[in-house]
Design a protein around this ligand. Structure first.
Ligand code: G3I
Length: 347
C-alpha cells in the first residue's frame, strides 16, 4: 500500500522535490515519487533567487520541469514561495544606483515578479505559499526589507497580486513553529486581517519541522483547532522529524571539527539504532492519527524531502550531519516501522 492511496479520501500526501528529482534524472526516485505521492512542492527552484536571479532575468527552466513532472502524474502542484525575507537577492530592494527603492517602486517590483511567475503556471500550480515566514517567535511581524520599505501591508498586497494573476489558485500563509501559541496568534492576525479585507486565503501552512520531543501532540492539536476557528484550512507543508540532538548554530559551528562533534551532535553516522527508529515510528504514527482526526480541515500533508539523503536537516544548523527524518532511507527503501505507523493511522 502506498501513502497516497492510504490517505486518498482524507488529504493529499505531498513531497518536496529537488532539482534532480524535478528533472527525473534518477529513475528510482521518479518512480517512488509517482507511486507514493499525489502532490509536490519545489524545495528550492521557485524561490526568488533561483527563478529571478537578476533584474529582468528569469530562470524558468527548472520550474518548468518541476511543473511538467507534476502534470504528468496529475499531481496537486504547489508553488513555494512568492515573497520571503530569505533567498531573495539584494538587487530586489535597490535601484541601479544601489539606492533603496521607495514603497511604490518595491510594490511594482513585487507585482511584476508575482505576475510573471503565477501567470506562467496559471491553472497548473494549484496553490501558492504567497508569504513565507513573516513572523517572529513572539507573533509580531518580522523585520524584513519587504516590511521596512513597503509597510505591514506588503502581506495583503502580495495576496492581492497573486489572486489577480490566478483567481483560481489557492493562496496560503506558510510558517514554522505555529504550534507555539504566541507565534500562532500572529498568523491568526494575518488571517483575520486578510479576511476582513475580503482577500482570499485558503489555508495556513504549519511547516512541521519537528523532532522526537519538540511540538507536543497537545500543541499540534491546539494549532489545528485554532486555525479551524479562524476559518482556514491547516496544511502541514514541510513535515520532517529530526532524530538528532537540537543544537544551537553558534555552538555547533565551533564544535563541527572537534572530537566531540560525532558523539554529541552526529551520533548515528553508522546507522539509526532500532530503538530510535521505534521512537520515530511512534511519533509519526501519533501525529498522523491526529491529522486523520481532523482530516476535514486538512487538505495536504507534505514531507520536506524524499529520502533521508535529501533532507536539509543533514546540513542544519551545521553541515555534514547524518539525520534520519523521513520515511524513506538513503537507499530508497522504506523505514518499515515508520511507514507502518503512518499507514495504520489511515485505517
Ligand atoms: O545549488 C547550490 C549549489 O550549486 C552550491 O554549490 C551549494 C553550495 O552551498 O549550494 C546549493 O544551494 C543550496 C540549496 O539549498 C540546494 O541544495 C543553498 O546553498 C541552500 O541555502 C539551500 O537550502 C535550502 C533552504 O531552504 C534555503 O533556501 C534547503 O535546500 C531547503 O530545504 C530549505 O527549505 C526551507 C523552506 O524553503 C522554508 N521553510 C524552511 C525550510 C528548511 O530550511
Amino acid at each position: 500500500e502506498t501513502f497516497k492511496d492510504a490517505f486518498k479520501d482524507k488529504f493529499y500526501i505531498g513531497v518536496a522535490i529537488n532539482r534532480r528529482q524535478a528533472m527525473q534524472k534518477n529513475e528510482k526516485e521518479a518512480t517512488l515519487i509517482k507511486q507514493q505521492f499525489n502532490s509536490i512542492s519545489p524545495e528550492n527552484d521557485l524561490k526568488w533567487e533561483n527563478i529571478h536571479p537578476a533584474p529582468g532575468i528569469y530562470n524558468f527552466n527548472p520550474a518548468d520541469k518541476y511543473v511538467k513532472t507534476g502534470m504528468e502524474s496529475d499531481m496537486f502542484i504547489i508553488g513555494h514561495t512568492l515573497v520571503w525575507h530569505s533567498q531573495t537577492p539584494d538587487w530586489v530592494f535597490t535601484d541601479e544606483h544601489e539606492n533603496l527603492l521607495t514603497r511604490e517602486q518595491l510594490l511594482e517590483r513585487m507585482k511584476s515578479h508575482i505576475d510573471a511567475v503565477v501567470t506562467r503556471y496559471k491553472g497548473k500550480i494549484k496553490g501558492w505559499d504567497v508569504i513565507n515566514e513573516a513572523l517572529n517567535e513572539d507573533g509580531s511581524l518580522r523585520d524584513s526589507k519587504w516590511r521596512n520599505i513597503i509597510g505591514d501591508d506588503y502581506i495583503e498586497k502580495a495576496f492581492e497580486f497573486a489572486h489577480a494573476a490566478d483567481p483560481e489558485a489557492e493562496l496560503y500563509y506558510n510558517d514554522y513553529n505555529l504550534y507555539k501559541a504566541e507565534k500562532r496568534s500572529g498568523a491568526i492576525k494575518i488571517v483575520n486581517s486578510l479576511k476582513d479585507k475580503g482577500i482570499p486565503i485558503k489555508a495556513v501552512g504549519e511547516q512541521g519541522h519537528y523532532n522526537l520531543d519538540r511540538a507536543s501532540l497537545k500543541d499540534i492539536e491546539a494549532t489545528i483547532q485554532d486555525f479551524i476557528k479562524a476559518g482556514v484550512i491547516v496544511n502541514f507543508t514541510e513535515l520532517d522529524i529530526s532524530v538528532l540532538p537540537e543544537a544551537n548554530a553558534d555552538a555547533t559551528a565551533d564544535v563541527a571539527n572537534s572530537e566531540t562533534y560525532k558523539e554529541e551532535l552526529n551520533p548515528y553516522t553508522d546507522g539509526l539504532p532500532a530503538e530510535v527508529e521505534n521512537r520515530l515510528a511512534q511519533r509519526y504514527g501519533s501525529i498522523f492519527q491526529l491529522f486523520v482526526k481532523y482530516e476535514k480541515h486538512i487538505d495536504r500533508v507534505t514531507f520536506w524531502g524524499l529520502s533521508d539523503a535529501d533532507s536539509w536537516l543533514n546540513n542544519w544548523p551545521v553541515r555534514g550531519r547524518t539525520n534520519y527524518p523521513l520515511p524513506f532511507n538513503r537507499d530508497y527503501t522504506v523505514k518499515k516501522e515508520v511507514t507502518k505507523a503512518i499507514l495504520d493511522a489511515a485505517k
